[in-house]
Write a protein that binds this ligand. Structure first.
Ligand code: PMV
Length: 329
């Protein structure tokens, strides 16, 4: 099934009658067990399942309306049609047009701290899908909205929900069983610390990085079994509210993902010297008794995981820390 056929299937006989505008907010998310590798590039179907924590009030607000021409603003600035953000977003919005000559105005604003190395594409695509649902009055279930958001950016499937969220890889070729859903309620003591190491644009985006890893790295063969192990461990840790167990599974999963990338030649290498120094410092802090673990995505920045009662100890080791409470607005 093509992405367009997936949209037609999910909408069924619902009409797309545009109201005045549709507005919605979606939280960003950070994977504790990572999505790395596609089994279908057109539909964004993953090789494995993944599990994330949403970032509460940090995310994207989208307002979508009918318009004379396709227009995009991000944080109030108009984006040129040639810009890659514009092309990527409208390639996705093409799927949602009720008629070929229908044009959108999309205004997005982000509450994600600038240059913090937190992905904004997940919350952007998720908020746009929810805004489209409101604009056109579809009333689709969250599971179907997750499938739609997935076709914009894989990790966007998880940004439909708050808290801990699992994206099920699914097995079907049409991807209709590849959607996310919440796995556990809140954990108010859980904290994420963002270390700002670099805001330079990375050389390799996540799409290219994962495609190269799947195609070239002999180490990728080990990845699905590692994810299965870490997912089971993470779910058990969530059920038991066992922070140490969760942190260990998340850290080893993130570092193993980067390990698969090193098997390419030239290696897919997102780390900077500052990243390695931060990883070492997290290990040192832990050896000194601080309950802190790390995770990293397709970039050089390091994110810390710790319980709230360790916050002051973590800040002593990492003074320039931005702390996010995933369960606050
Ligand atoms: O959804 P994408 O295409 O931006 O890929 C996300 C990849 C990672 O952030 C590295 C892992 C994840 O599960 O979010």
């Amino acid at each position: 099934m093509t992405p367009a056929a997936t949209v037609r299937h999910l909408l069924g006989d619902r009409p797309s009658v545009p109201g005045e505008a549709g507005e919605s907010f979606a939280s960003a998310n950070i994977a504790l067990v990572k999505y790395w590798g596609k089994r279908d590039a057109a539909l964004n179907l993953p090789v494995t399942s993944s599990l994330s924590v949403s970032l509460g009030g940090k995310g994207t607000r989208a307002r979508l309306a009918a318009n004379g021409t396709d227009t995009l603003t991000i944080n109030g600035a108009e984006i040129a049609p040639e810009a890659k953000e514009f092309r990527r977003m409208f390639a996705f919005l093409d799927l949602l047009r009720p008629a070929p000559d229908f044009r959108f105005r999309l205004d997005t604003t982000s509450t994600i701290p600038m240059a913090a190395g937190l992905a904004s594409s997940a919350s952007a695509f998720a908020s746009v899908v929810m805004a489209a649902d409101r604009l056109f009055g579809w009333g689709l279930p969250a599971r179907d909205l997750s499938v739609l958001a997935r076709m914009g950016s894989g990790s966007a499937s998880r940004s439909l929900f708050r808290g801990f969220v699992q994206w099920h890889a699914g097995a079907r070729a049409d991807g209709l069983d590849s959607f996310a859903e919440p796995v556990a309620a809140d954990w108010p003591d859980f904290r994420i610390g963002v270390l700002k190491l670099s805001s330079a644009e990375k050389k390799t985006g996540s799409r290219d990085g994962m495609n190269r890893t799947v195609a070239e790295s002999p180490l990728y063969a080990a990845w699905p079994a590692l994810v299965a192990r870490d997912l089971e461990e993470t779910r058990a840790a969530l059920a038991a509210r066992d922070f140490t167990r969760l942190g260990r599974a998340a850290e080893r999963n993130a570092l193993a993902m980067h390990g698969t990338m090193l098997g390419c030649f030239p290696a897919v290498l997102y780390w900077l010297p500052e990243s390695v120094a931060a990883i070492r410092r997290v290990m040192d802090a832990r050896e000194a008794g601080v309950p802190v673990y790390l995770t990293m995505d397709a970039g050089p920045n390091v994110k810390l995981l710790f319980p709230v009662d360790a916050e002051s100890a973590v800040r002593e080791w990492f003074p320039a820390l931005d702390v996010i409470n995933p369960f606050a607005d």
